[in-house]
Design a protein around this ligand. Structure first.
Ligand code: ZN
Length: 145
């Protein structure tokens, strides 16, 4: 899904048209009557499967679900566990990145995930999850001394 070419001194990576189409379709399906920020996310798994999610807002606000976790939970519900890449897109916010809550949950299932964010011109930024959340919370069952 990520192609790297070395035709220039800077490696150039491209995202497949199918993944771009999916993330835009997911953003279009957004239910965001409060923020008016539509977000699409697509997780790409090692098996080649792709899992889309969108943000779904609730009138209670706190029960709102982000596109990234919607995509993750959809994939997990299908038994998918080995994720390589997450593409995120919002037509309202160029190069949107996942919130802290999503980064935490994503890092638990995919600590080496590559997050790709794009703008409306299909330009990309590639951000390893460890650069966005370098020290995620890890539950430790060790007793406190
Ligand atoms: Zn989030």
């Amino acid at each position: 899904m990520v192609k790297t070419s070395s035709t220039s001194s800077t490696p150039k990576r491209q995202i497949s048209k199918q993944l771009i189409k999916m993330v835009k379709k997911a953003a279009a399906a957004s239910h965001a009557p409060y923020s008016h920020i539509n977000v699409g996310a697509v997780l790409y798994a090692a098996t080649g499967s792709m899992h889309a999610g969108t943000n779904i807002e609730s009138s209670s606000y706190s029960l709102t679900m982000c596109a990234e976790r919607t995509a993750l939970f959809t994939a997990l519900s299908m038994g998918i566990r080995d994720f390589q890449l997450l593409l995120v897109y919002s037509p309202q916010i160029a190069f949107i990145v996942p919130c802290g809550a999503c980064l935490q949950v994503l890092s638990e299932f995919a600590p080496d995930l590559l997050i790709v964010t794009m703008n409306e011109h299909d330009e990309f930024k590639f951000l390893p999850i460890k650069t966005l959340l370098p020290t995620p919370f890890v539950f430790n069952r060790q007793p406190v001394r």
